[in-house]
Ligand binder design. Sequence first.
Ligand SMILES: Cc1cn([C@H]2C[C@H](O)[C@@H](COP(=O)(O)OP(=O)(O)OP(=O)(O)O)O2)c(=O)[nH]c1=O
Length: 205
Amino acid sequence: MNADSSSNTRAVLALASSSPRRRELIALLGLPVRVVPSSADESTPPGWLPSRIVEELARRKAQAVAGRSEATDDEMLIVVGSDTIVVLDGEAMGKPADAEDAVATLRRLSGRTHEVYTGVSCIEVRTGRTLTAHRVTSVRMKELSEERIARYVATGEPLDKAGSYGIQGIGSLLVEGIEGCYFNVVGLPLSLLADLLERYGIVLP
Ligand SMILES: Cc1cn([C@H]2C[C@H](O)[C@@H](COP(=O)(O)OP(=O)(O)OP(=O)(O)O)O2)c(=O)[nH]c1=O
């Protein structure tokens, strides 16, 4: 099944997110997409592994939207939720509370390699069939001087991003290199999402 399928049912995605990055990325798949911001509870108990955190939060975001969505007779509606965290020394870091918190996070990331975890969860609205997975990308940061961190935080870019940087923006200047999926760092691992969609019978290029 694909967007141009001659079958009577067409695949439609509902992105459970208010992230402009995720919206841009999911559009690359070429399927029809509706965007429905999700307001799920993002708290998790202490001690959860990063993989569990991102998978659970991705599922919660998708469930919050699936619960108030209805597919029309001629469509297979799949809600997609996603969650990203940065992990250093086993500690999960989400979005910074404020500029000061962003400075403290970047000081910790400086000159070291951390992991970015992104969970993706798909729910087919009609059947409730739910598929969830995650990817991990290693990111090595340059040594960052105090002046450089201050200049970067002053751009405002870090404030709505896990780990207090955006690899797709001017934050790319702080990054030495990565190992793994780039889109995973930006917040939506497209190749993983495509693997999940294939399991619903959706054919992509
Ligand atoms: C590390 C990194 C994170 N990010 C972003 C991706 C996510 O949007 C954000 C992590 O926060 P999330 O809580 O995963 O997502 P969100 O609150 O932005 O959006 P929603 O829950 O509505 O889907 O950090 C980047 O854009 N670039 C990066 O390099």
